[in-house]
Write a protein that binds this ligand. Structure first.
Ligand SMILES: [Fe+2]
Ligand SMILES: [Fe+2]
Length: 200
């Protein structure tokens, strides 16, 4: 089977469209986080944004490689959720849910690609599925920390580090204003368990 005639091509187009909208939605979340002074949180989201750009780029390349001639148009039939309403905590939860959906969807797309004989595309979908799982874990942890008030306050003392000047201190709570560079609390680096658990 030629890729240009396959279901896999349609799935690549759906995945590409999904990555584009995920990227923009996460930029909305990042924008909201920065507005509220959560600089370190915004930087964590920014890394996901860049990942989604690269996922889109890889899917796009596979689509264009399917034909000698440039592919002028592909009809994409897919749902586009409009859940985000500028509430940072809620948006982190939606991000987590959307990533969870993608994890399953890409595994399904990988299965179809394998059945149609496109092993390299199946592997791409599988690899990106596991990356989306890491995104899900990160969104989940950010959501929980914000909701429970543990982003900058813990029951036991831990190490906090200023992302601006590098100042470090061990305490139950991060400083309101960095004693060295005067940056606000939102610039204190996040303490994330998902960074260690994530295998990608
Ligand atoms: Fe992605
Ligand atoms: Fe993702």
């Amino acid at each position: 089977m030629k890729l240009i005639e396959s279901q896999t091509l349609k799935n690549l187009a759906r995945a590409y469209a999904g990555e584009c909208q995920a990227r923009v939605k996460y930029e909305f979340i990042e924008y909201g986080a920065r507005k509220q002074g959560y600089k370190a949180l915004a930087e964590a989201i920014d890394k996901i944004v860049y990942n989604e750009f690269n996922h889109a780029r890889m899917f796009y390349t596979k689509i264009q490689d399917a034909s000698e001639e440039p592919i002028v148009n592909l009809e994409v039939c897919a749902g586009f959720p409009f859940k985000e309403k500028w509430n940072l905590e809620e948006n982190l939860k939606f991000g987590m849910e959307d990533e969870e959906t993608e994890v399953e969807l890409y595994l399904e797309f990988a299965k179809v690609a394998r059945e149609e004989g496109f092993k390299d595309i199946a592997i791409l979908f599988e690899n990106i599925s596991s990356i989306e799982n890491c995104h899900k874990m990160l969104f989940s942890e950010l959501y929980e920390q914000l909701k429970n008030g543990t982003m900058y306050k813990r029951k036991t003392a831990i190490k906090w580090k200023c992302s601006a000047c590098g100042y470090e201190a061990t305490a139950k709570q991060a400083w309101e204003t960095c004693p060295v560079c005067q940056e606000k609390q939102g610039a204190v680096m996040l303490n994330l368990e998902s960074d260690c658990k994530c295998k990608c």
